[in-house]
Design a binder for this molecule. Structure first.
Ligand SMILES: C[S@@+](CC[C@H](N)C(=O)[O-])C[C@H]1O[C@@H](n2cnc3c(N)ncnc32)[C@H](O)[C@@H]1O
Length: 344
């Protein structure tokens, strides 16, 4: 979250600059408070209207004094608001924290602030000094090994990832240019939220959902509209990818280093029908100083995964190394773009 003073001072002297940096250093406090509010379900309890802190503490089963302080700090960010009578209520932003909100932010907030992502980010310095991810130093194994062995964390990650993607899937599926017929393979497609949107919009297409067995087991493709047009492919994208006319690789490459990405892309290339396309859907880091969500996510990928967000040039190099040619980059109106590739 940005600090209290979101724009750096351009003049005003040392005192303003120092205060700005102190506020920046406190940024983690807001994320911690937001996680706590999401975890105990504050927004759900406020759905019917404002409550006193004592009422809210009683309904969420937490200490009233601590809750008042958490709500107070989040009110400075516009998540909740304190009314003149001392009760707290939801703002338009806070409503998105409700579990039943359309495109609820709650699962994404819980995923992004989960200790598996949070703790490595506290060790950016170690990652800088030594290079690479610090996940193994903290958890004793890689991220994906860890979540394969920890059911609760896996559920938080995959539910969070599905919700995170839900707010973009419909928009991205709307700008994907797809053939009238053929097979679309969603490589590492999670619970299938994106594939579902693609199949809904393209009645001539069939879909294959490739992901790890425990992940595809939680798929969301059992929808009448797409009945009989999909199949599950539990498997490992480093070993083999099912045949198709279009391979979607959405929010996958950013989890991995170049070597692993080339293996995934080569497997897609091998499984691609003649004239087929690979759609790499990931953020493309823009040049310059402008804020972009992917520049922050990149820190998370650096510390918890062997991954990174990439620039246009870095994608071109990766595709070339896998025997592919970038055809074009299509902006989607979300933080990610579609990097289209064909056989070189
Ligand atoms: C960041 S999530 C992206 C999910 C989905 N494509 C989306 O955009 O929401 C990465 C996905 O890769 C899957 N994955 C990781 N390693 C895999 C492997 N070796 N084979 C298949 N899927 C894998 C994970 O289970 C997870 O669903």
């Amino acid at each position: 979250m940005p600090s209290e003073t979101s724009d750096p001072p351009t003049d005003g002297g040392d005192r303003d600059a120092t205060r700005f940096l102190i506020d920046e250093a406190l940024g983690y406090v807001y994320a911690g408070a937001l996680r706590a509010a999401a975890a105990i379900g504050v927004a759900d309890r406020l759905a019917d209207g404002p409550l006193t802190v004592a009422e809210l503490a009683g309904r969420t089963g937490v200490h009233a004094d601590g809750l008042r302080r958490v709500l107070r700090v989040l009110a400075t960010r516009g998540v909740f608001e304190e009314l003149p009578d001392g009760r707290f209520g939801l703002t338009a932003v806070g409503r998105s924290l409700r579990s039943d909100a359309a495109l609820s932010a709650r699962p994404s907030v819980l995923m992004l602030t989960d200790p598996t992502l949070w703790r490595p980010c506290g060790e950016v310095e170690l990652s800088l000094r030594r290079g690479g991810s610090v996940f193994e130093d903290i958890f004793g194994m890689s991220f994906f090994e860890y979540i394969a062995r920890n059911e609760q964390t896996a559920a938080a990650f995959h539910t969070g990832m599905a919700a995170f993607s839900d707010q973009e899937n419909e928009v991205i599926a709307g700008v994907c240019e797809l053939p009238a017929s053929g097979v679309v393979v969603d490589v590492g497609g999670g619970h299938g939220g994106f594939l579902l949107e693609v199949l809904r919009r393209n009645p001539g297409l069939e879909g294959v959902l490739l992901d790890e067995e425990h992940v595809v087991a939680g798929h969301r493709l059992d929808v009448a509209e797409v009945k009989g047009r999909w199949r599950l492919a539990p498997g490992d994208f480093f070993t083999e990818v099912p045949a198709g006319d279009v391979h979607v690789v959405k929010r996958i490459l950013h989890d991995w280093d170049d070597e692993h990405c080339v293996t995934i892309l080569r497997n897609c290339r091998r499984a691609l029908a003649p004239g087929g396309r690979i759609l790499v859907i990931d953020a493309v880091i823009p040049p310059g100083n402008e804020p972009h969500q992917a520049k922050a996510v990149d820190m998370m990928l650096m510390t918890a995964f062997p991954g990174r967000e990439r620039t246009e040039g870095e994608f071109a190099e990766l595709l070339a190394a896998a025997g592919l040619r970038p055809a074009r980059i299509v902006p989607t109106g979300t933080v990610v773009s579609i990097v289209e590739a064909t056989r070189a």
